[in-house]
Design a protein around this ligand. Structure first.
Ligand SMILES: NC(=O)c1ccc[n+]([C@@H]2O[C@H](COP(=O)([O-])OP(=O)(O)OC[C@H]3O[C@@H](n4cnc5c(N)ncnc54)[C@H](OP(=O)(O)O)[C@@H]3O)[C@@H](O)[C@H]2O)c1
Length: 192
């Protein structure tokens, strides 16, 4: 298993230190040439090796530590998905009346983005009462018409029966497919 960190700022270097502490080889890269990252990499440890962005993208596992708006630029560098991990999923939902919804999806795994959201929701009927929701997820956009990402090799939706058939009558357009391999949610309530 080979690892790389793309982005070698505050977060990238903190991640590289974690690899160095465990003595694990890791490639680091940014838009700057490897020579320009060498001094900082050597200061962290000998297992941290600067390489080009193309070399970093060839790793089995890639950690993204670039500004969020740069994710798209990094994704554009990956033109060939051959040899990447392919996810194949089939979902089947059956209603009591025999209606069936079947979704088949196959895509090459990309670079997932980690996101955290914290929200405090107040009750409409009792405004003093609130709950705190904390969500943390990892999301992999496999297809997006807006950002021209498409790693989907197979996709179909089959809807039959009175419950599901009206939902998918062929007039809809698919604009995005996002895989969420990891999701956690904690809910807190105040002690009143
Ligand atoms: N710092 C924190 O405490 C913190 C905490 C939580 C989350 N985050 C998030 O973590 C991410 C990184 O934050 P950071 O503080 O480490 O940022 P940073 O110090 O500004 O570093 C960003 C790194 O990304 C590289 N980079 C930018 N665009 C790139 C591209 N298209 N391709 C390859 N490399 C690119 C930059 O190097 P070049 O200019 O050489 O390309 C730089 O090494 C951000 O999304 C930030 O919101 C940061």
């Amino acid at each position: 298993m080979s690892y790389s960190i793309i982005g070698f700022g505050a977060v990238g270097q903190a991640l590289a230190r974690a690899f160095a502490r465990k003595n694990i080889d890791v490639t680091v890269a940014s838009r700057r040439p490897p020579e320009m990252l060498m001094q900082q990499a050597q200061a962290i440890g000998p297992t941290v090796v600067p390489r080009t962005l193309q070399d970093a993208i060839a790793s089995d596992t890639i950690f993204l530590a670039v500004p969020f708006w740069e994710h798209r630029e990094v994704a554009k560098q990956i033109t060939a998905w051959h040899g990447k991990t392919i996810i194949d999923e089939t979902w089947l939902a059956k209603a009591d009346d025999g209606s069936v919804l079947e979704v088949q999806l196959q895509f090459a795994r990309g670079v997932p983005a980690r996101g955290k959201v914290e929200a405090k929701l107040h009750s409409a009927s009792k405004p003093d009462f609130y709950r705190i929701y904390k969500f943390e997820q990892v999301a992999d956009v496999a297809r997006s018409t807006a950002t021209v990402i498409d790693r989907v090799s197979k996709f179909s939706i089959k809807a039959t029966g009175p419950r599901f058939a009206p939902l998918f009558n062929g007039s809809e357009q698919l604009i995005s497919i996002t895989s969420v391999p990891s999701y956690s949610r904690s809910i807190y309530v105040p002690v009143m």
